[in-house]
Design a protein around this ligand. Structure first.
Ligand SMILES: [Zn+2]
Length: 109
């Protein structure tokens, strides 16, 4: 991978980490304990519980993504960075720019 490409990717990962961190903060706020029945009514409480479990699922996915992004950033200067974890072929730059947390090529993903 060329130096400029790596720089470009590094910036991309940094901004993606920023966005993902914000998402995690928002989702954490949305997954707070739900008020008792009396406070919001039974139907909206059920809705709130539904939304909460959707958001909890999203939160764990977003946290996993953040972790992968941080790993990518830590490994970006290593020689094997950008190689598919499975087949060891280089992952195309376009894919890395789109999904900087990916560690597999399209065929192996
Ligand atoms: Zn592969």
């Amino acid at each position: 991978m060329k130096y400029e490409e790596k720089q470009q990717l590094r910036e991309r990962i940094h901004s993606e980490i920023e966005n993902t961190t914000e998402q995690v903060i928002e989702l954490k706020a949305l997954t707070q304990p739900i008020a008792p029945d009396a406070a919001i009514g039974r139907i909206s409480r059920m809705e709130a519980i539904n939304n909460k479990s959707v958001n909890e699922h999203l939160l764990s996915k977003t946290e996993a993504k953040l972790q992968k992004l941080e790993t990518s950033l830590a490994f970006i200067d290593r020689e094997d960075y950008g190689l598919c974890r499975v087949c060891k072929k280089p992952i195309p730059l376009g894919r890395l720019m789109m999904l900087p947390e990916s560690d597999k090529c399209v065929d192996c993903a």
